[in-house]
Design a protein around this ligand. Structure first.
Ligand code: HEC
Ligand code: HEC
Ligand code: HEC
Ligand code: HEC
Ligand code: HEC
Length: 305
């Protein structure tokens, strides 16, 4: 527990994401690329998680369609601080380590967060629940509630601008988003907006705004943003590619994060194969053509023999 902050810190820092990726094999909206999954290998070798695409996620990254857990969790500050699925879920019984909000109390001091000075609702009432405000559930097919695992700060102010949902109005359905935004301002003043700062950029891209290319380039390079949001920005750039964005896409081919690399490769879909290979391998299209020509010649001479 960090003295003063009220939140625990993982020591030593988490050294790999193998555990979370082992859950993500199933608990992600994803495409399976390859059959031979092996535990411990990077997930993206065999499975490609869907990015924050329109129809699946709202512009700010909240769950919209049934996207399961991983794509949300990747957006969270907790994932980036080294929190894993098994910190909250006992992975064999699947029960929470401690029922209800107690599971949050493992790392967030109750004195600070379970108090009316943090949530402004009567203690013990539904509006005082950490889970209700920070991981609101959407129910699919009437019977299937799914909790958003991005652990966001509720942002009714974004609902006003871009019609995204927010935890406050999911309970206060009889009130407008403006009302909730005003309450949040009155209660928390200029307090943090949370870890996810990419909503307005993805919104601009979805609406084809003229400044979208510049904003997407900015997000793609923003090292403080979650990798899944940066990868989404790259995939959106496909619609805009110009000399400026092209260089950013090209340098992203060498990024340490596999989701970012995979998204960058996707942008090259429309490019001629030789040129595409050249960006991936660093060889010039000419070297590739020469190599191809000599391979073709070798095959042809074998065939003649
Ligand atoms: C081989 C596929 C697979 C893997 C790997 C997997 N799960 Fe699941 N899990 C499922 C399925 C299928 C369900 C039931 C459908 C659902 O609720 O999404 C489920 C349900 C759950 C539930 C909900 C239980 C409930 O009471 O509703 C939790 C929590 C969960 N899994 C956690 C994990 C964690 C943590 C990991 C990694 C340590 C993991 N799972 C790995 C397939 C998997
Ligand atoms: C295993 C420890 C752990 C558990 C359990 C945990 N958290 Fe966290 N949480 C953290 C850490 C670490 C941070 C990041 C603190 C930092 O770097 O500022 C964090 C940050 C947050 C943030 C800030 C997000 C932002 O965008 O600024 C919220 C909200 C949050 N947690 C909510 C919850 C809720 C709700 C629960 C229970 C469902 C929970 N946490 C359980 C460790 C934990
Ligand atoms: C009524 C909604 C609401 C409830 C209930 C709620 N929070 Fe929050 N929480 C917020 C808002 C709004 C913010 C952003 C303003 C701020 O930082 O104080 C926030 C911020 C946070 C942060 C990040 C800021 C920081 O101090 O690091 C953490 C962590 C957090 N909450 C944890 C919790 C936990 C744990 C619980 C349950 C004991 C909880 N919250 C209950 C609305 C809520
Ligand atoms: C900080 C705590 C925390 C972390 C970390 C966390 N979960 Fe959860 N998860 C919860 C809570 C709380 C619920 C709501 C369950 C309940 O009320 O019984 C939940 C629900 C679920 C469910 C049931 C369906 C749903 O969405 O409500 C699944 C499946 C699940 N989690 C899987 C995972 C997987 C996989 C990971 C890691 C990628 C993960 N969770 C990380 C706290 C956490
Ligand atoms: C899980 C449901 C839930 C969530 C999430 C929630 N509330 Fe509430 N809220 C309630 C309930 C229930 C009451 C009535 C409490 C009572 O008086 O017993 C209430 C009371 C209030 C009140 C005082 C009564 C009124 O209607 O004027 C305000 C203001 C309020 N909430 C604002 C918010 C804001 C802002 C958020 C998001 C940061 C939020 N609530 C999140 C359920 C919720």
């Amino acid at each position: 527990m960090q003295p003063g902050s009220g939140t625990a810190r993982r020591l030593p820092p988490l050294s790999s994401h193998i555990e979370v990726e082992s859950c993500a094999r199933c608990h992600a909206r994803r495409v399976q690329l390859w059959e031979d999954y092996a535990y411990g290998r990077p997930l993206v070798q065999t499975h490609l998680p869907r990015l924050l695409d329109e129809g699946l996620y709202h512009a700010d990254g909240q769950i919209q369609a049934e996207v399961y857990v991983y794509g949300s969790f990747l957006q969270s500050k907790m994932y980036h601080a080294g929190v894993t699925c098994s910190d909250c879920h006992e992975p064999h019984s699947l029960h929470l380590r401690i029922p209800g909000d107690g599971v949050c109390g493992q790392c967030h001091q109750a004195e600070k967060y379970s108090s009316t000075s943090h949530h402004f609702h009567p203690p013990g009432s539904p509006g005082a629940s950490c889970i209700a405000c920070h991981m609101p559930a959407t129910t699919y097919m009437e019977v299937d509630p799914r909790h958003d695992h991005s652990f966001r700060i509720p942002r009714p102010d974004l609902s006003v601008k871009m019609d995204t949902p927010n935890a406050c109005n999911m309970c206060h359905t009889d009130r407008a988003a403006e009302w909730a935004a005003e309450q949040v301002r009155a209660w928390y003043g200029a307090a943090g907006n949370g870890y996810q700062g990419f909503a307005e950029i993805l919104y601009a891209a979805r609406n084809g705004t003229p400044v979208a290319e510049r904003l997407l380039v900015q997000l793609a390079q923003d090292e403080s943003a979650p990798a899944i949001a940066r990868a989404t920005a790259l995939s959106q750039l496909q619609r805009y590619v110009s000399p400026v964005s092209f260089n950013v896409v090209r340098s992203s081919l060498k990024n340490a994060d596999p989701l970012i690399r995979a998204a960058a490769v996707g942008v090259f879909e429309g490019v001629a194969p030789e040129e595409r290979l050249s960006h991936g391998t660093g060889q010039s299209p000419r070297e590739i053509r020469t190599r191809n020509d000599s391979t073709t010649a070798r095959i042809a001479s074998k065939e003649t023999k």
